[in-house]
Design a protein. Structure first.
Lengths: 144, 75
């Protein structure tokens, strides 16, 4: 999994995807799947970024090339974090989801600003407001 | 010193899991968050109810998620 800065993703999310792909192919990696996993608020700020986009990829690569790949990613300013793990097989769900993204019509929403709250956070606060309104209405009814 | 308390609250495990289930994964955040304190610390094996292997998997998954800023180090 690779964490890419939203500044790059805002320009073009496919360009950000190709940036990750280039890094892998540079080190003799053969990509099985590569897709945009999620755009979300980070648990803690990284290099001043409060939000970023995760790219999930499954690839094959000679083990000797992995340290060089990690070093390349760490030196890159666009890549905030990377995690390379060994897996036995590519999950079938992952192949299906990556295939969806290959479609030319597939689009993703532009990443929101860093200080914008998550969709879940907004809906929670709206629910609280609605509950408050209901309480007020009940109070009015009792008075009458 | 080992606390041999009979207090059920202390001994109550959060989750029972079949060791073959691949649910302990750094991407499965809703599941991992159950095994963190409000401060973001990993719960002990006594609280999680995991076997040694599963607790090690949990530790690894949470630490991977922390590295990717999916989970906080400290709340």
């Amino acid at each position: 999994m690779v964490l890419v800065s939203n500044q790059v993703v805002r320009e073009d999310w496919r360009k950000a995807k190709s940036l990750v792909a280039e890094m892998l192919t540079k080190h003799e990696g053969s990509i099985k799947t590569l897709r945009r996993y999620e755009e979300r608020r980070l648990a803690y700020p990284i290099k001043g970024n409060l939000r970023a986009t995760y790219y999930l990829t499954y690839f094959e690569m000679p083990g000797a090339n992995v340290p060089a790949l990690r070093r390349d990613m760490e030196l890159s300013e666009s890549v905030l974090r990377n995690l390379v793990l060994a897996v036995d097989a590519v999950p079938e769900e992952e192949i299906a989801q990556a295939a969806l993204e290959e479609d030319a019509d597939y689009t993703v929403p532009e990443p929101p600003a860093d200080d914008e709250p998550d969709v879940e956070e907004v809906s929670e606060t709206e629910d609280e407001d609605i509950e408050d309104e209901e309480e007020v209405l009940v109070g009015d009814g009792d008075d009458l | 010193m080992y606390n041999s308390s009979n207090n059920k609250k202390e001994r109550a495990a959060i989750a029972t899991k079949n060791c073959d289930d691949p649910v302990i994964n750094y991407k499965n955040l809703d599941y991992l968050e159950k095994f963190l304190t409000p401060q973001g610390q990993i719960l002990s094996r006594r609280r999680t109810g995991f076997c040694t292997q599963c607790q090690k998997q949990l530790k690894k998954a949470i630490k991977n998620a922390r590295h990717l800023a999916l989970l906080p180090f400290v709340n």
